[in-house]
Design a protein around this ligand. Structure first.
Ligand code: ATP
Ligand code: MG
Length: 904
């Protein structure tokens, strides 16, 4: 049974059983502890912990997951992928244990002709938590599973929590016995390869307290409303139903594996298990490739781009591991590109379930192939650095590369740490990983502190949740800049307070507000909140506005005067000038985006944006820099759209309809079922957006692009000024040009020609100067050659030439003098010159001298040692620097003495 069919049957089965089908959330996930969605229940967490109430009682999904913890297992076990799909069914205070077990059993063993998976029930085993007699009873009585196929397991295996205080509960897992060919008898506790876990049922029935993450924490009592969370590995079910050995051999990954084997000229043997790495390393590599290529594809498709931090780093590591594994296989991969050969194969295998992979492939390919190119360049430059580090470590007799080296390689050259480890191991060295990890976590902490200080310090706390219970804040800012409302709550240092006085900075929640909270790239509104009060009115300056939890708008304010009380009447007043500029900037961002796509094509898709009054920037998928003409083209297209005075319209519609109409959505963003669509000129610019906009494009005024740069592999950033700021920017440029024209005394239009000719003249003059100086220096050559003396059969000249001769000129002079001496007999010339009370020196030996065993390098070393300086070089030419000019003669004396001792 194809994987796509297993997926369809899943959704149909649970749909028919009253579950709302919820689409997969994008892989990137915003949580301090989690980079990606790692389980099907993750997007539903707010419902499980009671932060929000679920809009349905039952739901089902096929969720894309990435587990980086499993990366080391890939290719070695039969059942771990870095990317996989978790099929889940969820109950929020609706059905519980018995129904969950019945549904799982029914779908697993139901006949294929009736939409089931048709597994043999006699080969299914169940595990339950130690004392969960209720579950055991259901398995025995309701399902009829014999007692010897029900296994009790401890907290580590069969008890679930989110590792922090909150809901928790026992699990029951379903295993399938794949038969004696796959391992020893005895059930899941004995062999997890033969008995493969495919489904985990979590019964959330208790509340846990603080304590160790996994085991030994206190269980506080029963939840008032019990929930069900289950996860079935789609790939694991496919492994079972397709009768293959491991999950890299199923229909969604096998084509990549086969193509890689073909190009590498290897035969895939299909060995797996703990000893596979040694027994068949190429098989492991092929499985790693099959897994990683797909994970890379899915991550890029969901908007992740390679970088040296966070999610981007995981992607980088995965793509680079895939490329390196392929190169180690050899064959056509020895020099040939890897991803252009394999990524399309993965796309074709995955597109039946994810059609966006095909429609969006140009963009995906540009980013992924760009990363492979970057990796090639990295390997070229980084390998040299690594080689140097390796030979240094060897010379110093150290068994390991320092963590600092590994960190530099990672940070500056993009070498994934496991690549460094692998390559160091090939040279017989280990890597100081503790030190490396310490440096990494320092860097990460810096980044986190950075990000935090950028935010307003608004944090999600119990206080907000309490305020949210009274319903969402009503946002009136689309229609009006002034709103009369009431102070719902005041938060100071995470605590609700009744009242605050002047001079304090606190957070305020109103029932309704005109203030736009920062989101979608648009920064928060500025303005004041006035509280008329009974006596003197209070005036609050709004510093920032955020939405720390869904539906709640929080103003961070400074109380400028008066007293602020919970329950008081309040008027929110957004600064109209500010808002107008903010609208111009946000609409300007949409216009630039549309212009980009018109000029560059539809794959130039926005991946992030930021706008504030007068300024905007937009990051978009593109792998090359834009030339001047293209930039001008984009700017003109944008400004023409302003002149056409396109109407700006806002419509609300279901997400599906918006998608159908081609509205652009941002990657990594989860949208509600009902979305807001902003159009400029109808379909010309159609985006999902919650921002504030002008009502006609001409109100944007003007757009001036100020720069375009790279912000990571495959991502470019374009920046522009908007409205009055655009005009000011252009006026500044004009003033600059006028000042320059005045300086060189030509009309502005002639500036480029004039400056170019000035540069050429300057360059010629410098060259002429160099030539004259060299000629002058060389004039000394003949008189110097005359002064050579005979020492130990060598024509020797040692001379301190007048100060101010550059090292380059000194070298030219020495060689010139040497060539004036008798070439048939050994000759050596040593010249020194002082610059800023420091010597530079050169030695050169002619061919006859080198043949006689003399070496310029040796002479320079003797001189350097006598001077306390540094130097070295080859037998015919060497140089050095350091030492005091006053010591030069003594140094030359040392050289003469050394010549008298026999040549080596
Ligand atoms: P295992 O012990 O095999 O690593 P797990 O206990 O980590 O599994 P759960 O967190 O319970 O698994 O996830 C639920 C289901 O998701 C599992 O029963 C399995 O079918 C699937 N699953 C988990 N991790 C992976 C993975 N890395 N690759 C493929 N499927 C997975
Ligand atoms: Mg696991």
């Amino acid at each position: 049974m194809e994987t796509a069919e297993i997926r369809r049957r899943w959704l149909r089965f649970f749909g028919d059983n009253g579950h709302t089908v919820v689409p997969s959330a994008p892989l990137p996930f915003d949580d301090p502890n989690l980079l990606f969605v790692a389980a099907g229940m993750v997007p539903f967490v707010p419902y499980f912990i009671g932060q929000e109430s679920a809009p349905y009682k039952r739901a089902t999904s096929v969720q894309k997951c990435v587990r980086t913890l499993d990366i080391e297992e890939v290719g070695k076990t039969t059942r771990h992928g870095t990317f996989f799909q978790m099929n889940g069914n969820f109950s929020f205070g609706d059905y519980f244990k018995e129904e969950a077990i019945r549904l799982a059993w029914q779908l697993s063993t139901g006949p294929r002709s009736e939409g089931g998976y048709g597994l043999d029930g006699d080969r299914i085993w169940a595990t339950v938590y130690l004392d969960d007699d209720e579950a055991i009873d259901i398995w025995r009585r309701v399902i009829g599973l014999p007692a010897d196929r029900i296994v009790r397991r401890g907290m580590a295996d069969n008890f679930w929590s989110m590792t922090v205080p909150g809901p928790c509960g026992p699990c029951s897992e379903l295993y399938y016995d794949r038969g004696p060919a796959y391992g020893t008898e005895g059930g899941p506790a004995v062999d997890e390869d033969r008995y493969m876990e495919f489904w985990n049922l979590v019964f959330m029935q208790n509340e846990r307290g603080a304590g160790p993450a996994k085991e030994g924490y206190p269980i506080l009592g029963e939840l008032p409303r019990k929930n069900i969370d289950t996860g079935m590995g789609l790939e694991r079910m496919a492994t079972l139903l397709q009768g293959v050995d491991n999950l890299y051999e199923i229909d969604e990954t096998r084509p990549v594996l086969d193509r890689a084997a073909e190009l590498a000229g290897k035969r895939y043997g299909g060995e797996s298990g703990p000893s596979a790495a040694e027994a068949a390393p190429d098989d492991v590599r092929l499985r790693v490739i099959a897994d990683h290529v797909r994970t890379g594809l899915m991550l890029v498709a969901d908007g992740v781009t390679p970088s040296n931090e966070g999610r981007g780093y995981v992607l980088r590591r995965i793509l680079r591991r895939a490329v390196r594994s392929a190169r180690m296989l050899g064959g056509e991969f020895t020099d040939g590109a890897v991803l252009p050969q394999l990524l399309p194969v993965s796309r074709d295998a995955m597109a039946p379930s994810y059609p966006e992979l095909a429609t969006d492939y140009d963009r995906i390919a540009m980013i992924a192939y760009g990363e492979e190119d970057a990796f090639r360049r990295t390997l070229a430059s980084g390998t040299t650095i690594l080689d140097v580090a390796v030979s240094e470590a060897r010379q110093a007799n150290r068994p390991a590369l320092s963590g600092e080296r590994a960190f530099t390689l990672h940070d500056t050259y993009g070498f994934p740490i496991d690549l460094t480890i692998e390559m160091a191991a090939e040279a017989g060295l280990s890597v100081d990983q503790d030190e490396f990890r310490r440096l990494m976590s320092e860097q990460r902490q810096r980044a986190k502190d950075d990000a935090r200080s950028k935010k307003s310090g608004v944090s999600s706390t119990a206080a907000y949740r309490a305020l949210r219970e009274h319903g969402p804040t009503i946002f009136t800012g689309y229609e009006t800049l002034e709103t009369e409302s009431r102070v719902r709550g005041i938060v100071r240092k995470d605590e609700l307070v009744e009242a605050v006085g002047p001079g304090e900075t606190v957070e305020v929640v109103l029932d309704a507000t005109s203030f736009y909270a920062e989101s979608g790239g648009q920064i928060a509104d500025e303005g004041v909140i006035i509280v008329p009060g009974s006596g003197s009115e209070a005036r609050l300056r709004v510093l920032d506005v955020q939405r720390p939890i869904k539906g709640l708008i929080v103003h961070r304010v400074h109380v400028e005067s008066g007293e602020l009380r919970t329950g008081a009447e309040a008027v929110a007043q957004v600064d109209p000038e500010w808002r107008l500029s903010a609208r111009q900037a946000h609409s300007g961002t949409h216009v630039v985006h549309a212009a980009l796509r018109e000029v560059l094509g539809p794959s130039a898709l926005q991946s992030g944006s930021y706008n504030k009054p007068g300024y905007l920037r937009l990051d978009f998928a593109w792998s090359r820099g834009l030339d001047e003409r293209t930039r001008t083209d984009i700017e003109e297209t944008a400004n023409r759209a302003l002149r056409r005075d396109l109407p700006v319209a806002v419509r609300y519609m279901p997400l599906a309809q918006a998608r159908e109409e081609g509205a652009l959505a941002l990657f990594g963003e989860t949208y509600d079922a009902e979305v807001r669509v902003v159009e400029i000129g109808g379909p010309w610019s159609r985006e999902l957006c919650g921002g504030t906009h002008v009502s006609h494009s001409s109100q944007i005024g003007a757009l001036a692009i100020t720069g375009e740069s790279s912000v990571g592999a495959g991502v470019r950033r374009i920046e522009a000024f908007v409205g009055l700021d655009a005009i000011k920017y252009l006026a500044n440029e004009r003033a600059l040009v006028a000042a320059l024209a005045d300086l060189v005394k030509v009309p502005p239009a002639e500036l480029p020609d004039r400056i170019e000719s000035m540069i050429i003249r300057l360059r010629n003059a410098e060259r002429e100067l160099d030539r004259l100086r060299a000629a002058e220096v060389l004039q000394q050559a003949e008189p110097l050659a005359q002064r050579a003396v005979e020492v130990a059969g060598v024509q020797l000249l040692t001379e301190l030439v007048p100060a101010g001769v550059s090292a380059g000129d000194l070298r030219t002079l020495a060689v010139n003098v040497r060539d004036r001496l008798d070439p048939t007999r050994p000759a050596a010339v040593l010249l020194a010159s002082a610059a800023e009370d420091r010597l530079s020196f050169v030695a050169t030996v002619n061919k006859a001298g080198v043949a006689a065993g003399r070496s310029a390098g040796d002479l320079v070393k003797v001189l350097a040692q006598a001077l306390g300086a540094r130097g070295g070089g080859k037998a015919d030419l060497a140089q050095g620097a350091g030492g005091k000019p006053g010591d030069a003669q003594a140094g030359f004396e040392a050289v003469r003495t050394s010549l008298l001792s026999p040549a080596s």
